[in-house]
Design a protein around this ligand. Structure first.
Ligand code: SF4
Ligand code: SF4
Length: 252
């Protein structure tokens, strides 16, 4: 996902500053490693198709840790947080009514649409420096049109076979989709670090939808329960806020 940098930085006196610093360090390491991988890939004749302003992947559902969501939230304006909250309720409504993951995924892309942090005029992410892992490690080994909602679903049988052949032939994919697998694999330490940091700080882990967690991270009662290591109390608070759904959130 491509974008322009945001100048916002996390607030220094945040009670979870250490945890956010851990995530920020893991992001920086990933940026270095991914940059080196992309350079090597280019020298070997490979092409990463992502470009600034290319936004088709900004309508995907995004999963992250609460540690990442805290870091994002720490740099958002009140207006952005309001937009995240509206999006969080749309996400929950979708999760409550979708009959399958596929329906949830497709409705998210088609009906809920682009992330509210995307500047639709410029194609820039307005939270670029604090975007979550999934937004950092999504890269395409094939033309960006394959990332656009509806493209793969609209291929006829011949085109599907051609797509499958191209994906298999491209050494940067996992053989199943056109996204660059090694760049996704390289980001795994970010989630391991986040997991360790949450366990160390709170004694529990919180994972799930990016917009819901960013919103919950701003709720004092929810965060008090998390900081006390009380998962059931955190779930109760999320329920009271109408922001709980066990399909898209995990606390424990
Ligand atoms: S090519 Fe695909 S993965 Fe890359 S920025 Fe564009 S939409 Fe996102
Ligand atoms: S935070 Fe939102 S706008 Fe930014 S890259 Fe991720 S999905 Fe796109």
């Amino acid at each position: 996902m491509t974008a322009l940098p945001s100048s916002a930085t996390p607030h220094a006196s945040h009670p979870d500053q250490n945890l956010m610093d851990t995530v920020a360090r893991a992001y920086a390491l990933y940026a270095q490693q991914a940059g080196s991988w992309i350079q090597r890939f280019g020298r070997q004749g490979g092409t990463v198709h992502c470009r600034s302003g290319c936004v088709h992947c900004c309508d995907f559902p995004v999963r992250c840790s609460l540690a990442e969501a805290l870091l994002t939230a720490s740099a958002l304006s009140p207006e952005q947080l309001d937009a995240m909250q509206r999006r969080a309720h749309e996400v929950i409504a979708n999760a409550k009514t979708a009959q399958s993951w596929d329906e949830y995924f497709q409705r998210h892309r088609r009906d809920i649409g682009y992330c509210p942090l995307l500047d639709r005029q410029t194609g820039a992410c307005t939270a670029y420096e604090v975007r979550p892992t999934r937004c950092r490690d999504t890269f395409s080994a094939m033309n960006a049109r394959f990332c656009q909602v509806g493209t793969l679903e609209g291929l006829n049988r011949r085109e599907q076979a051609e797509y499958a052949r191209e994906v298999k032939a491209n050494p940067a994919t996992d053989g199943l989709s056109h996204y660059i697998a090694p760049l996704e694999d390289l980001s795994e330490p970010i989630w391991s670090e986040a997991s360790r940091a949450m366990q160390g700080r709170w004694g529990l882990e919180v994972w799930g939808d990016f917009w819901v967690l960013t919103t919950l991270s701003q709720d004092g009662a929810f965060m008090a329960a998390v900081r006390a290591g009380q998962g059931s109390r955190a779930i109760k608070r999320a329920r009271a806020l109408r922001l709980w759904n066990a399909e898209i959130l995990e606390i424990g």
